[in-house]
Each structure stands twice: as C-alpha cells, then as structure tokens.
Ligand binder design. Structure first.
Ligand SMILES: *Cc1c(COP(=O)(O)O)cnc(C)c1O
Length: 343
C-alpha cells in the first residue's frame, strides 16, 4: 500500500465531479461582482448556514481575519478560547493586520467557553479599557480534538456576548463535521452567531476556499476588507464550482471520516503506551505514546509510510476521503512495527 497521509483533511484532492464542474463553470469577474458561479455558491452557503449573505475567501484564515476586521475597530479586543485556532495558527493576523488584541479565556476540554468567565472577560465601557469588539467560538474545536459544540453551547456563550452588545463570530472551519456528528443542520449550530465561516478545502475536498456568512451589511464590510488583504479573486467561479459540488455531495459522507477516526483510535489504543487524548468525536485523533517524543515518532512514522503531524507534545492524525478502512488498519500495523522496532 502507498503512503498513508493522515496529516490533515486539507490534503484531499478534487473529485471527478469537481473537475467537471470547473471545466463547465460559467465565469465572470468576481471583483466586478459578476461571476455567476461565485454568486450561486455564496447564496447557497448563506442559505445552508441560515445567514443573509456569503463571501467566498481564499482560506479559513482569510475568513476569520476579514470577519474580525469587519466586526471590530482598531484597538478593540477580541475574546477567543485559550486553544483557539485564531490565536495559535493564524500568524497573529488579528494583531498585525487588524490592530486587535486577543484576550483568551480557558476553554474546557470540549472547546467551550464558560459563560460566567466570558461575562467577566467582557470589558466595561470606560475611558481606560480596550473595548471588547468580538467574541469568537470554534466548532469543531481543532486543538481540543475536533470536538463538537452543540447549539446550546454556542447559544449560552452568545447570550452573554449579546447581553453586552458584543457580536459573536463562529470559526466553523469544520462546522459540517459537527453538524454530521450531531445529526443537526449546520444552520442550527450557526444560529446563535452573528457570523460564521467554514472551509471548503478540508473534509469537503475542494482545492481552495472558505465561505464567510452573516448579515448583508456585515458581508458588504467583509468584502471591502477581503479586497484590502488581497483576497479579491477574478474568475473565482473556478473555485466556487467545486464548492457547489461539495455542498451538494460531500457533506453527508463526512460520517465515514468520523467512523474511520473511531476505528483508528480503537486500533491505536491496542498499541503499547498509546494514550488517546481524547477519543475522537469527528475526524481528528490526538495521542501520545509513553516514552516517545512526538516529533521523533512522527519522523519514524513518515519513514514507515504513515504521514502525520505533531500538535505540541501530541501526535495528530486526521481521517478524510482518501482514507478508508484498509488504510486505517494498515496505518495501525505500520505504527505497531515502528513501536516494536524501537522498544
Ligand atoms: C483549518 C482551520 C482554519 C484555517 O483554515 P485555512 O484554510 O487553513 O486558513 C481556521 N479555523 C479552524 C478551526 C481550522 O481548523
């Protein structure tokens, strides 16, 4: 069997239907506002997420950045969870590009914010404090292990923010994984938030893209900032065509990735010294192995034909469309041999 790539669901390549859709896509110039395929994707995404309007961006990072820019003023503070992707993996764009401070609240193991802690972190309006401009939530929560926030979890935090007249942005890069895992429409999970973004380029298998959704007025502002950060794309219908296929055909199948992540975790649990942290709820598996440095182990795995990544002191494996049951079983066997060879 070939190399088994468990680094990320972002390694997924376009489906045959996506190549076909790209070849046939009706195109315009999206910066001039007349790419019909982009419009269709933005409208469809907004409908699915229960918002008025959508905006195609180049990446999840760009969606989160333009969302923060559109919600906030320079000098504002954005509240994020202590393990937030926005804090750890987006190059400090909020600070550097937005002049925004990130204030963290410890999230629980599920990635939730405690409503009381959130209420305490929102600043009173005064001449001394940085204004709290935005609260960001994340679903699924990446560094917590692809954990799922329910509609109630999001609503509890959003109620606190809204009581203080602070808007809420939901980083839903993998919100469809959460929706499939919970068996509820993504629209319900996004309902308490003022804006939400999701990735096309992860488990949904598109080559590029994310869509940010919110009110029409918010999306107009976000469009302005997207152009400012260089994200105005011309015949972007090429990308949007894949996104339309993804929203029609690639959402329900995420359940297979979740099932394979469960199988992978079960297999890993049979290996000596493996500690899963925590058992997977969607398609992300984190673990440590007693006596092993994570970076060492990832190197050995790569030599044995299993690609994965470190996340701090943990090893991270992500299931996706190119990983079936045979790949899961083979990955566990290869890891078993790696551990045995270096016992
Ligand atoms: C992947 C991810 C992003 C960023 O998406 P990119 O397309 O890689 O920029 C943002 N938030 C979360 C939670 C993610 O998992």
């Amino acid at each position: 069997m070939d190399t088994i790539d468990l680094r990320s669901d972002t390694v997924t390549r376009p489906t045959p239907a996506m190549y076909e859709a790209m070849a046939c896509a009706e195109l315009g110039d999206d910066v001039l506002g007349d790419d019909p395929t982009v419009r269709r994707l933005e409208e469809k995404a907004a409908r699915l997420l229960g918002k008025e309007a959508g905006l195609l961006t180049a990446s999840g990072t760009m969606s989160n950045l333009v969302a923060m820019l559109a919600h906030c003023q320079r000098g504002d503070e954005v509240i994020v969870s202590s393990e937030a992707h926005i804090l750890h993996h987006e190059v400090g764009g909020a600070f550097a590009m937005g002049g925004l401070g990130l204030r963290t609240i410890p999230n629980d193991e599920q990635g939730r914010l405690d409503p009381a802690a959130l209420a305490a972190a929102i600043r009173p309006r005064s001449p001394y404090h940085p204004p709290t401009g935005l609260v960001c939530l994340e679903n699924t929560h990446n560094r917590c292990g692809g954990t799922v926030l329910t509609e109630q979890d999001t609503a509890a935090a959003a109620a606190v923010a809204h009581r203080h007249r602070v808007p809420v942005h939901l980083d839903g890069a993998r919100i469809f994984n959460a929706a499939v895992a919970l068996g509820v429409p993504a629209e319900r999970l996004a309902r308490p938030a003022d804006s939400v973004c999701f990735s096309l380029s992860k488990g949904l298998s598109c080559p590029i893209g994310s869509v940010l959704c919110g009110s029409r007025e918010f999306i107009d502002r976000a469009r302005h900032f997207r152009k400012m950060v260089g994200g105005g794309m011309r015949q972007a219908g090429i990308i949007a065509a894949c996104g339309l296929v993804a929203l029609d055909a690639m959402v329900e199948r995420l359940a297979e990735d979740h099932e394979n992540a469960r199988l992978l975790a079960e297999g890993l649990a049979t290996l000596p010294g493996v500690r899963l942290s925590p058992p997977p709820q969607t398609n992300i598996v984190y673990f440590t192995v007693d006596g092993w440095d994570a970076a060492d182990l990832v190197r050995r795995c790569s030599q044995a034909g299993v690609l994965c990544l470190t996340e701090g002191r943990r090893v991270r494996m992500v299931t996706h469309r190119h990983i079936g049951r045979p790949q899961v079983e083979e990955a566990v066997e290869r890891l078993r041999r790696v551990l045995a060879a270096h016992a």
